[in-house]
Write a protein of this length. Structure first.
Length: 174
């Protein structure tokens, strides 16, 4: 089992080449195969999350969802919940909902379901969390002003939560 875990946590060959070209010192891949405690805490404190997915034609889409801190949080080491107000024509929402209407379940499959990526970045503390997982399910409630509220559950397969040490050479904007 250890050999399988080591293979899964190696850097992709393209990333290894970028490290070589940029003369990045060798290190272990810091990616976790679950939502690490640091990532879970940083995620819960963030008011924003950038999300990405592929639509049925394989085209990539991204969006930014937000709310009060805690709108996105871990319910376990492998389950992320998001509750956010979203715009009617949000491209990620359209790809995820596939035409589901008000209150109808958005169905996913935690092993072969739609891939979801996420990124939070707290500019004040320079914490970031990168996520990768699969859509488990959710619901969409339509509101009168062309917006809706979405509830999503995502099974996390990889996370990386860290301070952006490389950004410290640039002064923070206040």
């Amino acid at each position: 089992m250890a050999a399988i875990h080591e293979v899964e946590t190696q850097f992709h060959e393209g990333e290894q080449e970028m490290h070589r070209l940029m003369k990045v010192p060798e290190s272990d891949n810091p990616t976790s195969h679950y939502l690490s405690p640091f990532a879970a805490t940083a995620l819960k404190l963030s008011p924003l999350i950038a999300l990405g997915t592929l639509d049925e034609q394989g085209r990539p889409w991204s969006t930014i969802w937000g709310g009060e801190p805690g709108f996105a949080q871990a319910y376990s080491a492998s389950l992320l919940g998001i509750k956010s107000i979203v715009a009617r024509y949000d491209p990620v929402l359209e790809a995820i909902s596939k035409g589901n209407v008000d209150g109808e379940m958005i169905r996913g499959d935690q092993t072969t379901g739609m891939m979801i990526s996420g990124l939070t970045l707290d500019l004040a503390t320079r914490r970031r969390v990168k996520l990768y997982g699969r859509l488990v399910g959710g619901t969409l409630s339509t509101m009168e002003d062309g917006a809706g509220e979405v509830l999503l559950a995502v099974k996390i397969e990889q996370s990386l939560g860290e301070f952006c040490h490389g950004l410290q050479k640039y002064p923070a904007v206040h």
